[in-house]
Each structure stands twice: as structure tokens, then as C-alpha cells.
Design a protein around this ligand. Sequence first.
Ligand code: ZN
Length: 397
Amino acid sequence: MTTLRARLLYPVASPVVEDGMVCVEDGTIRSWGRWDGRPAEDLGDVILMPGLINAHCHLDYSVMRGAILPCASFTRWIRRINDLKRTLDDDDWLPSVAAGFRELIASGTTSVFNIEAFPDLMPQMPPPPIRTWWFIEMIDLRHPVEPEDVAARARTFFSERPGWIGGIGLSPHAPYTASPDLCAQSARCCEAQALPLTTHLAESDEESEMFLDAGGPLHDFFAGIGRDMSDTGGISPVARMLRDGGLPDGALLAHMNRIEDSDWPLLRGRKFSVIHCPLCHEYFGRPPFPLDRFLAEGINVCLGTDSLASNRELNLFAEIRRLLETHPHVAPMSAIRFVTTNPARAIGWAGRLGEVSAGAAADLIAIPYSGPAKAAAEAVVRHSGPVAWTMLAGRKT
Ligand SMILES: [Zn+2]
């Protein structure tokens, strides 16, 4: 049993405790509360809290920081990243993933939902240094993809590697790159096997134009490369995804920037989570994100960084700061839930991740702070730079 003591303990799911204590055994939090005088490792003048959870990231592309100038045209960005991908190979992708992990850990992230475009490289990777859900990316523009086979391979891979903590999921990439059939098969597979599913949805105006009007630059780009465009015209991206059963209940929907009035009733009662990436949003100069409407609809909102191809850092504290610049009415405590308890719920780990509670994973971070307890949440959302201390599954990193 390891006992940690800190001047302030911020469990997230409960109020701040002064002179707090967390008792850890076998990678799990056994108990917590006010320090009772027992021998403990004293972390001192810090806020001890759950490690953060990045709900949308592509570690593959960590090598692309600064490689694509910010541009309002999503189609141009897609062309550019496709060109860049053709210039890179395995010797670039593997260090890129490792560099991304280092950046996440340094800034207090202890879990990541990573979209993996190159699952064939995973056998060459060391065990991930943080809790990682590997969402296998699927695109069937050029070749058919069988989600059952993809899931079976990922399951076998993961079951043979007990040192890899986290899990697997499927990611049909987006309605413009994953056919209605692929999306429907993925949804059925995830429902049958209780796997999480994530996808990019309603991200750009060009995506909406492609499906609603069967026109615009994204439509023309995909028509030009031979995509079957029969699913476009007169339908929103959200409705296209839902029409053929393309989303299981509880799916993790990245971006959701452009929601039509007719989409809102379709989203109700389906336990979807929405993942907002504030700095990527800024990078593309998007119109305001409909955060208040999602919250009013009772939708579980999480934050992610997306990749370094459309962001300058993989730092959830920076994402929270940007969110509070654009939505200053959001309480710091709510913003912190977007990177702790909410993504834990999204992945099916409510009460077991993203909070300090008995039975939760001992994934913890400490932030230097010497101010009053009542301002602890403000101190967390103002934090910049590396965290002072990290514990993953009961082990100090
Ligand atoms: Zn993404």
C-alpha cells in the first residue's frame, strides 16, 4: 500500500480536501480523504488530482507540427496531409508516436483515445507509456474493409500483450471516407462486441456542403478520386451517418461543429459523447462551437487535442484555456470534467477513471500550487508547463 499526502486533493467527483491523502494498492485507489496521520509520501504544496484524459488524438501525426500552415479550407488541408503522408515511412511514424506520448505525459495526460492509421506498425511499438485506447482507423475509398476482421486482429494483438494498458476500438474515419456500408458494419460489430466506436463528424462547412448540396470543394475532391457520391445530396453528415445504422449508442463523435436544426432530434437519447478540440477549432478558424446547446441537450462533452497536423501542442491544459477564452461562462470545475470524468464515461469507465474515488485507477498528477483551497479549480485551469509529478496505474513515472 502506498499512501500519498498533498496540501490539496482535488478528487473532481467530490469537493477539494485540504491536507488530503490517497491510498493506492495494486494500481487502484483503495481510499482517500483528509490525512489521518499515517506514514505517507508527502508531495507538499501541490494539487493532487486525477490524470487527464485526451479523448481525440492521432499520435501518428506528431511529426507534422508546423508542417501545414493554418488554412480555412479543409479540402486544402486534406490534400496537404495526404501529400505529406506519402513522403513519410515507418522510420518516421514510430518515433512520431513516441514523441507524441512524451508530450502527453509531460502535460499531465494519463489516458488517450488514439486513432491509429497504421495498426500494422503496432507490433513494432513498445508498450504505451500511458493508458491508451487504440481506435483502428478504417477508410474504404479504395479497398473494401471488413470491421469484423479488423476488430478480431486488434483483439488478438491486445490479448497477447498484458503490458499494454487501455483497450481497443474501431474508427470508421468520417462520412466522406467511410461508406455507409462500412459505417453500418462497424456499428454492428462494436455493439456485438461491446467495443467503443469513434468517428469524425460534422467537422467542416465543406463536409456539410458535400452532403447537403452534393457540391463544393470537398465533394469535388472526392468525386475526382472516384468515390461513389450516391450518398450525397439533401442530407446532413449527421443524418447520413445515422440513416443506415452507422452509429451505435454511446459513440464518440469528434468535432460536431456544424449541426443542422434537423440533426438535434436525431442525437437525443443515444448517449453519444461529443469531443471538442478547441485549438484545432482555432487553427481552422471555425465558427463558434455549439457547446451550450450540447450541454443543454445533456450530451457528454469531452476535449481532445486532435493531432499536431492541426495543433501546436498535445496539451489538455492549453485546450481548457482556449475553451475558456471562447466560452468564459463555463465554470472551471465543469471544464475539468471535460478532461476527466466525462471522457471516462465516454469509454465506459465511469467511476473507474478520471476521478479520485475508491476503486478507481490510480492515475494521478500533481500541480504546484500554494494558494487557497477555494481557488483550486481556477489554479488547475490556469496551469501551464509540465506537471510536477505523475502516477500511472499506481506507479510513479
Ligand atoms: Zn481527428
